[in-house]
Design a protein around this ligand. Structure first.
Ligand code: NOJ
Ligand code: CA
Length: 661
């Protein structure tokens, strides 16, 4: 574990009366970021909100292989500018996003002769900064970054440990000091911050490119360290080079934190000239059957991905309006996981016939490329694999890297190291050239790259539904999904795979989904993904056609999204307007506590009337003893109405609000 010494310098240092500009305010004037150099030339920034110091002077800098860039700087010049632009998303939680900020760039000069720029952007709901090495250095080998975040009032922090495999852990909340005492002070980015006075924060990075993912050390304050390559170096950099943005959202309440689009705004605009082939969709898959051990990935009597089975799934998808069907275990390699062949199907999978059949139905086959963590092997096959999929009408591929360390072209590495980050980018870019969208499992934590590459539709990086099939700890607690929207999903769309309709577990009876059926419906609204999988088997959906109607109807691309109410770890009440429509959808979920929620419908359009179809926990519903009862009710409503929602323990409510006029 690393020790970081936090230096609190006198506030008198914060501003110098003359010389280059060293402070920049948010457009609404409420947030201010100030830059300063201490006597020994250490760069610091501090932040005030409504005139109060919220971030104390916090150090910036680097440890390079041949020198330390933590002090010895002088300020040369600085530059301020403003930006205000609306941009349209290809898909997302919002159609239009406003990108408005003020910027300050400080040009520093190090005693060794090295220049370094730091760019600060201040938005109304937070701030960001990044480092730029403007010129070619002899060699730029970064060992670590010295960025600190010293909060004036220490928040409680929601986090997962930094070495969590693929980020598949339960997020927990603790005060910073408590983590240190428990020896759990090293955590992944992002983290969500909660203050006693009801204000919130979210810290993460944006536009992670050719650089390792950042992690945090919750010591006396918050420090950072970069995920190392196996030789201990963090990054080999060719200058000019800018690091990813480091950003902190700071808002007065939870709905504002959820509405922040700072991360997307910090990413580059879309690089793809034609995006017409990128379509959000709901899908089903030959998948849950394997996790429940009813089917196998490999060939044998229970092989899931057979031509006949796939046709059955494709028919079901067509009948119920799903855009695609995922099939895992269609290709050679599942016997020993040593080499997955991405262009050779098992003999009982007729790709030509299935491609023809899917096309005749207007349903897409969703490809699956499990690599077993052998990223180098995948890169060797990438062109061929994507040509093969493209030729068979496949425009979405789910990728997978099941292995704690991935084998990259630079040897075995953490998937979130610089080498891993480079691999994932190569996959996204190559896929785009073949008009293929990616659903990346076992990813590096998302950082908003979908703005630049909208073919990166969704990612895992979460303790998803599959854990409720086989986890020896009994499955994820009911509160888990009430934490995710405020933590993991703040970093980007999540392939959680909601929609379990059968709660009996044939293999591990003690393991199960800790939710009611109505809660599973609500997750389609609560957990955002433009590629949303209804995970259960067709036969289980056929058993409850009325409840299934919600999954048939709910969209996965939105005009706007609003958190109506919520408390991290307790409940979520989310409303979203369907893209290009006046219809709204609401999802409400709760933890183990049954509760009543009030839903004011004032987000509906003035002068319009709506039919509300409410799917709620029925009589006696309770996740533990009886998850199945769902009561479906209809009523006419307008924006003047307030609905009262009653949720069972582990329960939920899913509401469709269809505009009548
Ligand atoms: C892990 C993925 O998260 C899961 O969805 C997939 O079924 C297995 N790997 C097999 O590739
Ligand atoms: Ca996984």
């Amino acid at each position: 574990m690393k020790k970081i010494t936090f230096v609190l310098i006198a506030l008198a240092l914060v501003m110098t009366a003359c010389g280059p500009d060293t402070a920049v305010e948010s457009p609404n004037g409420k947030l201010q970021v100030s830059f300063t150099l201490s006597d020994d030339g250490t760069p610091y920034y501090s932040v005030t909100k409504d005139g109060n110091l919220v971030i104390l002077p916090s150090a910036l800098g680097f440890e390079l292989k041949d020198k330390s860039l933590s002090d010895g700087f002088t300020l040369q010049t600085s530059m301020r500018s403003s930006f205000d632009q609306n941009w349209e998303t290809v898909w997302g939680e919002e159609r239009m996003i406003r990108n408005r900020y003020n910027e300050l760039i400080v040009h520093l000069h190090h005693a060794s002769g090295a220049p370094l720029d730091i760019t600060f952007r201040v938005f109304d709901d937070g701030f960001a900064f990044r480092y730029t090495f403007p010129e070619r250095y002899d060699s730029l080998v970064i060992l670590d970054e010295k960025t600190e975040y010293c909060f004036a009032e220490l928040p409680e922090v929601w986090s997962i440990p930094w070495q969590t495999e693929y980020y598949e852990a339960l997020w927990t909340k603790k005060a910073i000091g408590e983590r240190q005492k428990a020896n759990e002070d090293t955590v992944c980015s992002p983290v969500t911050l909660e203050w006693k006075n009801g204000t919130y924060g979210f810290m993460h990075e944006a536009a992670l490119t050719d650089y390792p993912a950042q992690n945090y050390i919750l010591g006396e304050q918050i420090g950072t360290f970069l995920t190392p390559l196996r030789e201990g170096v963090a990054a080999y950099v060719v200058t000019p080079f800018s690091t990813p943005w480091r950003f902190v959202i700071l808002t007065d309440n939870l709905p504002d934190m959820m509405a922040s689009r700072i991360m997307l705004n910090l990413n580059e605009p879309c690089k793809l000239s034609n995006t017409s082939w990128i379509r959000p969709m709901k899908f089903i898959g030959i998948w849950w059957g394997m996790h429940l051990e009813l089917m196998t990935w490999y060939q044998g009597p229970k092989h899931g991905a057979t031509t006949a089975n796939m046709k059955r799934y494709l028919d079901f998808a067509k009948e119920n309006g799903f855009g695609g069907v995922l099939a895992e275990g269609w290709n050679r390699g599942w016997e020993d996981w040593s080499h997955f062949d991405m262009t050779t199907p098992y003999p009982d999978w007729d790709m030509e016939e299935l491609s023809r059949y899917a096309n005749s139905l207007g349903v897409q086959i969703i490809g699956h490329n499990e690599t077993g963590g052998n990223a180098a092997d995948y890169e060797n096959q990438l062109e061929d694999a994507y040509r093969y999929h493209e030729a068979h009408g496949i425009h979405v591929i789910k990728t997978g890297y099941v292995s704690p360390i991935i084998l990259t072209t630079d040897g075995p590495q953490y998937n979130r190291s610089q080498a891993g980050v480079r691999h994932y980018r190569k996959v996204i870019e190559t896929a785009a050239e073949h008009q293929i969208c990616i659903d990346n499992h076992e990813p590096v934590m998302p950082t908003g790259l979908q703005r630049t590459y909208p073919n990166l539709l969704t990612q895992e990086g979460v303790r998803g539904q599959e854990w409720n099939a086989w986890s020896k700890d009994g499955g994820s607690p009911a509160w888990h999904t009430t934490v995710l929207p405020f933590t993991r999903v703040m970093a980007g769309p999540v392939d959680y795979t909601p929609g379990v309709f059968n709660f009996a577990n044939p293999v591990y009876p003690e393991t199960r989904v800790h939710s009611t059926l109505a809660n599973q419906l609500a997750l389609f609204v609560v957990l955002y993904s433009p590629l949303q999988m209804a995970c259960d088997l067709p036969e289980n959906y056929e058993r409850y056609p009325k409840a299934f109607q919600f999954i048939r109807d709910v969209p996965c691309d939105w005009e706007q999204s609003r958190l109506i109410d919520g408390k991290i770890g307790e409940f979520v009440l989310m409303a979203r307007q369907e893209r290009g429509s006046e219809d709204w959808y609401v999802g409400a979920i709760t933890n183990d506590d049954s509760r009543e929620m009030s839903l004011p419908l004032d987000f509906l359009k003035e002068g319009k009337s709506y039919t509300a179809t409410i799917y709620r926990d029925g009589e006696g519903a309770d996740w533990k003893s009886n998850p199945y009862p769902v009561k479906i009710e209809q009523q006419k409503v307008t924006r003047e109405d307030v609905l009262t929602l009653k949720l069972a323990s582990g329960g939920g409510s899913a509401i469709q609000l269809s505009c009548d006029n």
